[in-house]
Design a protein around this ligand. Sequence first.
Ligand code: GRG
Length: 284
Amino acid sequence: MTDFDVTEYFEHRRVQVNAALDAALAQSEDDPGRLREAMRYAVLDGGKRMRPLLVVAACEAVGGSVEAALPAACAIEMVHAYSLVHDDLPAMDDDVERRGKPTVHVAFGDANAILVGDALLTHAFTTLASGATAAPDGRLLQAVVSLAHHSGIDGMVGGQALDLQVGQDVDDLAMLERVHALKTGGLYAASGAMGALSGGAQDEVAARLEAFGLAFGIAFQHADDVLDDDQPALREKALGRVDELTANCLDQVASLGEAAEPLRGIARWVAHRAHAAHRGEIKD
Ligand code: GRG
């Protein structure tokens, strides 16, 4: 246990991630249907940026720089933001507020919200590929494959479909975690893997940080369930799993030394979040 200050780390790295996102989603006079404006509205100004922070921390853990991680960090946040825009649509959750402001379809219309999601998903890959000089040799291609795999049918989109299929009140922890692993864990797994690859990690280390991301993502979703008071019947079991998943995260990075302190801080952060939410000490 060290005195690493994860809150301070989050604050500093968030500033760098937000500046990179602002640049990657530059406004232009050429803005058909105000789509660029809507993309900026969906991504900038709000959100915890946990997925990009994990990308940056994973890159630093293997000796890479923050700058090398930023293309992948921006890409994962764009995919995440696209999923939120589509998830908020009337045909999905029909939510009117997100990140403290009207949802994209409320502010820009349903058709534009669909296009915003589509454009963010594709722009994510343009942004990731812009890091070609940062990610050494074939690792950029591996990062592209990881992002595509974990975002699509074998990850987030497949998890959303499974979630819709099994419904709200799941009474089986294993089934619940299958949904969590795909729907939420997928993007965190891609974050760990892409961060490691951006920093030049070998395959074995990238696989460990992908596993870190997956375990973290499942724990993150358990914490989110506690905050939203979802799945109350499985609460005690889920809190126990958060502790196991956190321990699993710490195991994955045990051999990485001091450089992995931000990742350890992130793992401990999610355990604290879940338990503090359960005690009613935090609401968001
Ligand atoms: C519609 C393709 C499609 C996928 C939807 C991610 C998702 C799948 C839906 C969003 C709704 C939801 C509750 C997803 C679970 C993941 C999650 C906890 C999202 C919220 O992430 P935070 O807390 O949000 O990181 P911020 O705003 O901080 O970025």
